[in-house]
Design a binder for this molecule. Structure first.
Ligand SMILES: NC(=O)C1=CN([C@@H]2O[C@H](COP(=O)(O)OP(=O)(O)OC[C@H]3O[C@@H](n4cnc5c(N)ncnc54)[C@H](OP(=O)(O)O)[C@@H]3O)[C@@H](O)[C@H]2O)C=CC1
Ligand SMILES: Nc1nc(=O)c2c([nH]1)NC[C@@H]1CN(c3ccc(C(=O)N[C@@H](CCC(=O)O)C(=O)O)cc3)C=[N+]21
Length: 325
């Protein structure tokens, strides 16, 4: 599918069939993620035949309640697909130095294929330094500066899960990127910026908006593809949506009654859009499934294997074709 699929190639056709089952206008992340996880499961079975069990290690610092929920989702996903997991929960007051030492230990542990440092950390930590301390080959979040650099260069092995999951969902739904106007609202390192890179690589014309963007509504009105990741509920109004636009809503906002909602006025936007992700059951499950996909990729790379079309290949270099988009 893309240049980054050297070690594990997902069958897009199967994801397409899942996308087709969705309700009208719905970009059904839950359904597409299940089709992706099925393929991850098959990959763990193939690896299991060779005595290899992929292993993901999640490191969580402090007691952020949302982080606790997300980590639980990730560990449960590992259990469901046959990936081994462990969860290291560190106290909020752990020093930066001790945190780095923990990460170093995981880097050196040959049984660990993926390391995920759940964000946010505590106030006194330096997250960039901590992320940079993770072995880039185990960086299943794709946040290491080396991996982000490879992403910009067009050939990262491990890419950030949320934007990659959104691209997978778009591709499963047959979204056309070439020459289309894409607007990304939010410029974080974990979502907005890598998202914009992936869209531009797919030949969209990309605008990145943020807090200081003037006339946000005008940018959105012109967009064929809209990705919103701000954490501001209802920021994007339904009436701004160009008829036929495709929308991925990354926002995860919890209202007082405990309900989740995104950054887009869902009902009004759905009226006009061609496709829109719901919250929940949209981008979130794709993020988790892509984390599983990345863990397989890191494991295969570690063992110099490739999994494609239900087969395991040992001579990976011979498989690497020319870079595509
Ligand atoms: N479903 C999933 O899998 C995931 C969901 N999330 C959710 O997505 C949301 C964003 O996450 P993340 O990227 O980490 O968040 P950050 O807080 O790191 O970034 C938010 C971005 O939104 C921009 N922004 C904030 N307010 C406005 C505004 N009024 N107008 C325009 N832009 C604005 C900020 O601009 P500026 O840079 O100028 O401050 C910033 O770039 C959160 O709700 C988070 O919980 C995140 C990751 C995964
Ligand atoms: N190192 C790191 N990597 C991350 O990938 C990372 C992170 N830190 N910090 C926080 C954000 C947020 N994030 C989500 C993952 C899954 C759902 C998810 O599964 N959402 C469900 C609902 C969850 C619920 O019930 O609360 C859904 O949308 O259907 C949401 C958000 C990953 N993040």
């Amino acid at each position: 599918m893309t240049a980054v699929d050297t070690h594990f190639q997902v069958d897009l056709e199967r994801l397409r069939r899942a996308a087709e089952q969705a309700e009208p206008k719905l970009l059904d992340g839950k359904r597409i993620s299940q089709a992706l996880l099925e393929q991850v499961c098959e990959a763990t079975e193939l690896l299991g035949e060779r005595g290899i069990v992929p292993q993901l290690n999640v490191v969580r610092v402090g007691n952020d309640p949302a982080s606790a929920i997300y980590v639980r989702h990730k560990i449960r996903a590992c259990e469901n697909v046959g990936i081994g997991s462990s969860h290291i929960h560190l106290p909020p007051q752990i020093t930066q130095r001790d945190l780095l030492a923990k990460l170093e230990r995981l880097n050196g542990d040959d049984a660990v294929n993926g390391i995920l440092l759940q964000l946010p950390l505590s106030e006194h930590h330096n997250p960039n330094e901590a992320i940079a301390a993770i072995d880039p080959q185990k960086d299943v979040d794709g946040f290491h500066p080396g991996n982000l650099g490879f992403l910009m260069a067009g050939h990262a092995e491990l890419e950030p899960c949320t934007p990659r999951g959104i691209m997978t969902m778009f591709r499963a739904a047959g979204v056309d990127f070439k020459g289309k106007r894409a607007v990304v609202i939010g410029r974080s390192m974990i979502v907005g910026r890598p998202m914009a890179q992936m869209l531009v690589r797919a030949h969209a014309t990309v605008t990145i908006c943020h807090r200081y963007t003037e006339e946000l509504a005008e940018h959105v009105r012109n967009a064929d593809i809209i990705v919103v990741a701000t954490g501001v509920p209802g920021l994007i109004k339904g009436e701004w949506i160009k008829p036929g636009a495709v929308i991925a809503d990354v926002g995860m906002n919890r209202s007082e009654d405990g309900k989740l909602c995104g950054d887009v006025e869902f009902d009004a936007a759905r009226e006009r859009a061609a496709l829109i992700t719901p919250v929940p059951k949209g981008v979130g499950p794709m993020t988790v499934a892509t984390l599983m996909e990345n863990t397989i990729r890191a494991t295969c790379a570690h063992h110099n294997l490739a999994i494609r079309g239900g087969e395991v290949y040992e001579d990976v270099d011979a498989l690497c074709g020319p870079l595509d988009q």
